[in-house]
Design a protein around this ligand. Structure first.
Ligand SMILES: [Zn+2]
Length: 157
């Protein structure tokens, strides 16, 4: 199990390393994007992230940010929620999966779903005892159907 870290730099490096292993080129801009997500205290939209990146005076393209966030979601490094804007338009907001959080991937709606940590930890330990296989938290550990998809409602967002 990974020890939770208060050190953003170490966390950013850990996430960047996983992202790189999944085929991404870690540009300075992507590294800054990870810093913004690590400093966030909730979900951020691509526009939020772009504005925060823009604070240092450099220009940033929202669609580039959006592509990076979509990529992070695809490989299970961020959670995504649907948020409604003032005119009813739906966009997505993202937050990083924590270093000790186990997640599952829903094959129905393609969402990364948080698993209750104590339950997931017990399952991971039992699995390790029974098979010697150690579950990692750096990607969704299981795939299946989320409650909404299992009820036949599909994604709710
Ligand atoms: Zn689902």
């Amino acid at each position: 199990m990974t020890i939770p870290s208060e050190d953003h730099a170490a966390d950013a490096e850990r996430i960047a390393a996983t992202w790189r292993r999944r085929g991404a080129r870690i540009t300075p801009r992507r590294r800054e994007l990870l810093d913004v997500l690590l400093a966030a205290r909730g979900h951020l939209t691509a526009l939020d992230v772009a504005e925060l990146l823009h604070d240092d005076g450099s220009g940033v393209d929202v669609s580039t940010v959006h592509r990076s966030l979509t990529d992070l979601h695809r490989i299970g490094l961020v959670y995504r929620v649907a948020v409604k804007g003032p005119r009813g338009q739906v966009s997505h907001a993202y937050r990083l999966v924590g270093p000790t959080e186990y997640t599952a991937f829903c094959t129905g709606c393609q969402e990364v779903v948080p698993l209750p940590t104590p339950v997931a930890l017990r399952a991971a330990r039992s699995l390790a005892r029974a098979s010697g296989f150690e579950l990692s938290t750096e990607a969704p550990a299981f795939s299946g159907s989320c409650p909404a998809c299992r009820d036949g409602q599909g994604p709710t967002g």
